[in-house]
Design a binder for this molecule. Structure first.
Ligand SMILES: [Zn+2]
Length: 184
Protein backbone atom coordinates (compact mmCIF):
# COMPACT_ATOMS: atom_id res chain seq x y z
CA UNK A 1 0.00 0.00 0.00
CA UNK A 2 1.35 3.41 -0.90
CA UNK A 3 1.85 5.79 2.00
CA UNK A 4 0.07 9.12 2.25
CA UNK A 5 2.69 11.73 1.48
CA UNK A 6 2.89 15.36 0.66
CA UNK A 7 1.42 15.49 -2.87
CA UNK A 8 4.42 17.44 -4.10
CA UNK A 9 6.45 14.26 -3.50
CA UNK A 10 4.19 12.33 -5.87
CA UNK A 11 4.42 14.98 -8.59
CA UNK A 12 5.18 15.15 -11.41
CA UNK A 13 3.00 12.32 -12.69
CA UNK A 14 3.46 11.51 -16.37
CA UNK A 15 0.67 10.56 -18.76
CA UNK A 16 1.12 7.81 -21.35
CA UNK A 17 1.39 10.51 -24.05
CA UNK A 18 4.43 12.00 -22.30
CA UNK A 19 2.69 15.07 -20.88
CA UNK A 20 3.03 15.50 -17.18
CA UNK A 21 1.37 17.26 -14.32
CA UNK A 22 4.01 19.01 -12.21
CA UNK A 23 1.81 21.09 -9.99
CA UNK A 24 -1.69 20.85 -8.62
CA UNK A 25 -3.55 23.70 -7.04
CA UNK A 26 -6.97 24.32 -5.62
CA UNK A 27 -8.50 27.23 -3.73
CA UNK A 28 -9.26 26.80 -0.04
CA UNK A 29 -12.96 25.97 0.35
CA UNK A 30 -13.11 28.34 3.32
CA UNK A 31 -11.06 31.45 2.52
CA UNK A 32 -10.18 31.11 -1.16
CA UNK A 33 -6.40 31.07 -0.63
CA UNK A 34 -4.78 29.14 -3.50
CA UNK A 35 -3.23 25.96 -2.14
CA UNK A 36 -0.79 23.75 -4.01
CA UNK A 37 0.63 20.26 -3.71
CA UNK A 38 2.83 21.36 -0.80
CA UNK A 39 -0.30 21.91 1.27
CA UNK A 40 -1.87 18.52 0.51
CA UNK A 41 -1.12 15.10 1.95
CA UNK A 42 -2.38 11.96 0.28
CA UNK A 43 -1.72 10.15 -2.96
CA UNK A 44 -1.56 11.04 -6.68
CA UNK A 45 -1.11 8.31 -9.28
CA UNK A 46 -1.97 7.29 -12.79
CA UNK A 47 -5.12 5.17 -13.07
CA UNK A 48 -6.60 4.18 -16.43
CA UNK A 49 -4.80 6.97 -18.23
CA UNK A 50 -5.87 9.63 -15.74
CA UNK A 51 -4.14 11.08 -12.73
CA UNK A 52 -6.18 10.30 -9.65
CA UNK A 53 -5.78 12.40 -6.52
CA UNK A 54 -7.09 11.74 -3.02
CA UNK A 55 -5.64 14.08 -0.46
CA UNK A 56 -6.29 16.22 2.59
CA UNK A 57 -5.51 19.88 2.09
CA UNK A 58 -4.47 22.13 4.97
CA UNK A 59 -4.91 25.84 4.38
CA UNK A 60 -1.94 27.81 5.78
CA UNK A 61 -4.02 31.01 5.77
CA UNK A 62 -7.10 29.95 7.77
CA UNK A 63 -6.22 26.49 9.09
CA UNK A 64 -9.15 24.79 7.35
CA UNK A 65 -8.64 21.13 6.46
CA UNK A 66 -10.64 19.64 3.59
CA UNK A 67 -10.60 16.67 1.24
CA UNK A 68 -9.50 16.85 -2.36
CA UNK A 69 -10.56 14.00 -4.66
CA UNK A 70 -10.40 14.33 -8.43
CA UNK A 71 -9.20 12.93 -11.71
CA UNK A 72 -7.11 14.82 -14.25
CA UNK A 73 -7.38 13.66 -17.85
CA UNK A 74 -4.75 13.91 -20.59
CA UNK A 75 -6.14 17.31 -21.62
CA UNK A 76 -5.46 18.36 -18.01
CA UNK A 77 -9.16 18.79 -17.36
CA UNK A 78 -10.10 18.17 -13.76
CA UNK A 79 -13.07 15.90 -13.14
CA UNK A 80 -14.88 15.28 -9.92
CA UNK A 81 -14.87 11.90 -8.26
CA UNK A 82 -18.18 10.76 -6.87
CA UNK A 83 -16.81 8.67 -4.00
CA UNK A 84 -15.69 10.32 -0.77
CA UNK A 85 -12.08 10.74 0.32
CA UNK A 86 -12.20 8.04 2.99
CA UNK A 87 -13.06 5.47 0.32
CA UNK A 88 -11.05 6.81 -2.61
CA UNK A 89 -7.82 7.32 -0.69
CA UNK A 90 -7.27 3.75 0.56
CA UNK A 91 -8.47 2.45 -2.78
CA UNK A 92 -5.87 4.45 -4.69
CA UNK A 93 -3.14 3.43 -2.30
CA UNK A 94 -4.01 -0.26 -2.52
CA UNK A 95 -4.57 -0.95 -6.22
CA UNK A 96 -1.92 -2.72 -8.24
CA UNK A 97 -1.56 -1.45 -11.75
CA UNK A 98 1.14 -3.63 -13.28
CA UNK A 99 -1.38 -5.30 -15.53
CA UNK A 100 -4.03 -3.05 -17.04
CA UNK A 101 -6.18 -5.95 -18.20
CA UNK A 102 -6.25 -7.53 -14.82
CA UNK A 103 -7.01 -4.16 -13.34
CA UNK A 104 -9.96 -3.63 -15.64
CA UNK A 105 -11.55 -6.99 -14.92
CA UNK A 106 -10.76 -7.35 -11.25
CA UNK A 107 -11.95 -3.99 -10.07
CA UNK A 108 -15.45 -3.41 -11.25
CA UNK A 109 -15.63 -0.81 -8.52
CA UNK A 110 -13.43 1.62 -10.40
CA UNK A 111 -16.02 2.30 -13.06
CA UNK A 112 -18.36 3.46 -10.31
CA UNK A 113 -15.70 5.84 -9.09
CA UNK A 114 -15.15 7.55 -12.42
CA UNK A 115 -17.69 10.24 -13.13
CA UNK A 116 -20.10 9.96 -16.02
CA UNK A 117 -18.84 12.09 -18.93
CA UNK A 118 -21.95 14.24 -18.65
CA UNK A 119 -21.41 14.74 -14.95
CA UNK A 120 -18.30 16.91 -15.20
CA UNK A 121 -20.15 19.91 -13.81
CA UNK A 122 -18.91 21.02 -10.41
CA UNK A 123 -22.43 22.06 -9.42
CA UNK A 124 -24.82 19.56 -7.87
CA UNK A 125 -27.72 19.10 -10.33
CA UNK A 126 -30.21 19.90 -7.57
CA UNK A 127 -28.84 23.47 -7.37
CA UNK A 128 -28.63 24.00 -11.11
CA UNK A 129 -31.38 25.11 -13.45
CA UNK A 130 -30.66 25.15 -17.19
CA UNK A 131 -32.46 27.35 -19.71
CA UNK A 132 -34.61 25.57 -22.26
CA UNK A 133 -33.38 28.00 -24.94
CA UNK A 134 -30.11 27.00 -26.54
CA UNK A 135 -27.74 29.51 -28.07
CA UNK A 136 -26.10 26.79 -30.15
CA UNK A 137 -24.67 23.34 -29.87
CA UNK A 138 -21.28 22.13 -28.76
CA UNK A 139 -20.08 18.55 -29.16
CA UNK A 140 -23.60 17.55 -30.12
CA UNK A 141 -25.23 18.99 -27.01
CA UNK A 142 -27.30 22.16 -26.71
CA UNK A 143 -25.71 25.15 -24.99
CA UNK A 144 -28.24 26.60 -22.53
CA UNK A 145 -28.57 30.38 -22.99
CA UNK A 146 -28.38 30.79 -19.24
CA UNK A 147 -28.22 28.75 -16.04
CA UNK A 148 -29.29 29.50 -12.50
CA UNK A 149 -27.31 28.29 -9.53
CA UNK A 150 -29.12 28.73 -6.22
CA UNK A 151 -31.19 31.45 -7.88
CA UNK A 152 -28.20 33.37 -9.31
CA UNK A 153 -28.36 33.93 -13.05
CA UNK A 154 -25.40 33.28 -15.33
CA UNK A 155 -25.51 33.91 -19.08
CA UNK A 156 -23.52 32.00 -21.67
CA UNK A 157 -20.28 33.69 -22.69
CA UNK A 158 -18.04 31.26 -24.57
CA UNK A 159 -16.73 27.75 -25.03
CA UNK A 160 -13.46 27.16 -23.19
CA UNK A 161 -11.68 24.15 -24.59
CA UNK A 162 -9.01 24.43 -21.90
CA UNK A 163 -11.72 24.19 -19.22
CA UNK A 164 -10.58 27.47 -17.69
CA UNK A 165 -13.13 29.92 -16.37
CA UNK A 166 -12.15 33.34 -15.07
CA UNK A 167 -12.79 34.95 -11.70
CA UNK A 168 -16.50 34.99 -10.92
CA UNK A 169 -17.35 32.91 -13.97
CA UNK A 170 -19.04 29.55 -13.98
CA UNK A 171 -17.76 26.49 -15.81
CA UNK A 172 -20.50 24.13 -16.96
CA UNK A 173 -19.97 20.61 -18.30
CA UNK A 174 -16.22 21.24 -18.28
CA UNK A 175 -16.26 23.51 -21.32
CA UNK A 176 -19.06 26.11 -21.25
CA UNK A 177 -18.28 29.41 -19.55
CA UNK A 178 -21.04 31.57 -18.07
CA UNK A 179 -20.83 35.08 -16.68
CA UNK A 180 -22.95 36.50 -13.87
CA UNK A 181 -26.17 37.73 -15.42
CA UNK A 182 -27.57 41.24 -15.60
CA UNK A 183 -30.22 40.74 -12.92
CA UNK A 184 -27.78 39.99 -10.12
ZN1 LIG B 1 -8.27 28.90 3.94
Amino acid sequence: MLPNRRLSEYLPVRFANGDQVRQFSKPCVHCGQMLNAQHMVGVARLVKGMIAIAAKANCPACGKQFSVTCLIDEDKRVQRVVVPYWLFNPYLRAIQLQDDEQFASSSAAVSDMLPEPEAASEIPPSQLERAEDAVGRYQGKPIPAWVRVNGRLFTFDRVAQNAQAGQGELLLDGCLVYRPGADN
